[in-house]
Design a protein around this ligand. Sequence first.
Ligand code: TRP
Length: 333
Amino acid sequence: MIKPVILTGDRTTGPLHIGHYAGSLANRLRCQDSHEQFLLLADTQALTDNAHNPEKVRRSVMEVALDYLAVGIDPMRTTICLQSHLPALAELSMLYLNFVTVSRLERNPTIKDEIRARGFGRDIPAGFLCYPAAQAADITAFKATVVPVGEDQAPLIEQTNEIVRRINTAAEREVLPEALAVIPRSGRLPGIDGKAKMSKSGGNAIPLSASPDEIGAAVKAMFTDPNHLRIEDPGQIEGNVVFAYLDAFDDDKVTLEEMKARYQHGGLGDGTVKKRLEEILQALLAPIRQRREQLSQDPAFILDTIRQGTDHARERTEATKREVIESLGLFQL
Ligand code: TRP
């Protein structure tokens, strides 16, 4: 049986947090048997907005790989590979840039949002503006047909498919498959402060490596309903971070719905709800932290995993690159 190819990646800009777990890692664990899965340590993409901080990008490669392994990604079933060591991705990016216009890149909603968020103003690194073409190279080099990404990344997959159609038109045959963006239903986990996005740089994340005390402190500091002052007051669920996390991590939905009803009605204190969340997060993260500590004793194993995965990925991506070059009718030596 031929399994569909699934590709996702993470910019290597810091260790992963529970937002990554809810949004993608849990799904990646489920896909290990049903799909041929590749996980890309996207260090060259990380550099597009971190050129001033290559040390962070470099250090995070091992950190993210460690997080993958700690949550249970199995290198026998999932290929973990390093973007900067797959030259075909860079070469395909260069070819694809001829099939997109600058104005189309500037109109990409993901890029527009990120330019604003990063405050680039007029000083946009060219590599950053062009990263949709590079992400198209990532996806197509593996001939991935399934790409699970957050909602904010959907325009990148759309642009990938535009490039795919142009290449196929130029080649007069279907060299590359289109990819389907699979967006998690749950949406993005907010930061502990209630901001829309959990991020390490925002200081509002709970890393997968958090200690029991750090988890406790984070839950204690979590944003709830500022108007829910006394236990008997009615409380709000919308915008309440504790309930957003319970939605993501509490498997007992029946009890959760009861708690929500009681909270909204009045009579359920923040302390009780937080206690439940803390228990769930402690139970979720304890085995991950333990495996992370164990694995971090053996950096050679992690390095070897990345090396072997990257070797495997290199064969795959080189083959696609050759096919694209040939199909575009370039001179062959
Ligand atoms: N852009 C993704 C992120 O910021 C990372 C990424 C790079 C990616 N290449 C990819 C995701 C290919 C999916 C497919 O998280």
